[in-house]
Design a protein around this ligand. Structure first.
Ligand SMILES: C[S@@+](CC[C@H](N)C(=O)[O-])C[C@H]1O[C@@H](n2cnc3c(N)ncnc32)[C@H](O)[C@@H]1O
Length: 221
């Protein structure tokens, strides 16, 4: 998708709501501490990278993506203190434990060999890794995810919350929490108002899954 078109969606009423809900969940799981450094893997146009740089951490923030057009947009629309690097998530050009926090928002679901990308994220993380994924047990999957997916979801891999948690199996981490958001994805007023209630009544059924893992001290992935 064209980066201008992709990023403009976050300016729509629906996109702004979804972006805010996803950010709220990711930030609660990242629990950044002042001065921590953060890497955003598969950063796209930098929407979340900019938000993490603004609110989540005072330290260095870097976004990585394989798509240079996305990175061009991210660079042009971000403060110069955010770095953007072209790289494949499966082979990150950083030394072990270079960043306190690593986040990846709906990118792993587009990357073939998700285990390799995940072990790279863990390799460069010092403290915590948080993944944003797409939930196969959600209304959004029924609307946009089946038969290979439609629009921006074409080609995405959808996980169940249980599968998302199992991604970290055998890796040197502790589970550090998870959650879902965006239960009724239409973004209408009523669905936005009902979201907090629905989240309590139907936990695990939001379209967006976030899962957090704490890197074990002294681990070498
Ligand atoms: C759906 S977009 C998500 C962008 C951004 N994280 C967001 O939530 O707005 C998925 C991104 O993953 C990137 N991507 C796909 N495969 C990748 C890979 N192997 N290495 C790095 N980035 C990759 C794509 O270029 C795209 O920008």
């Amino acid at each position: 998708m064209h980066p201008e078109q992709y990023d403009a969606w976050y300016e729509t009423q629906k996109g702004a709501w979804i972006g805010n809900e996803e950010y709220r969940l990711l930030a609660s799981l990242l629990a950044p501490r002042p001065g921590e450094t953060l890497l955003d893997v598969g950063c796209g146009t930098g929407y979340f990278t900019r938000r993490f740089a603004d609110k989540a951490t005072e330290g260095n923030v870097v976004g990585v993506d394989i798509d240079t057009e996305m990175l061009r947009f991210a660079n042009e629309h971000s403060e110069p203190n955010i770095g953007f690097v072209a790289a494949d998530a499966r082979q990150l050009p950083f030394r072990d434990k270079s960043f306190d926090l690593v986040v990846s928002v709906t990118a792993l679901c587009f990357i073939r060999d998700e285990k390799q990308a995940l072990s790279e994220m863990l390799r460069v993380a010092r403290r915590r890794v948080v993944l944003g994924l797409l939930n196969r047990h959600s209304l959004l999957y029924l609307a946009k995810g089946r038969r290979g997916g439609r629009g921006a979801y074409r080609g995405a891999r959808w996980h169940t919350p249980t599968e998302a948690l199992h991604l970290f199996d055998g890796m040197p981490v502790h589970h550090a929490g998870h959650g879902t958001a965006i239960i009724v994805p239409g973004g209408k007023n009523w669905s936005r108002r009902l979201e907090p209630l629905l989240r309590r009544c139907l936990p695990g059924s939001g379209a967006f899954i976030a899962v957090a893992a704490e890197v074990q001290p002294n681990s070498r992935s």
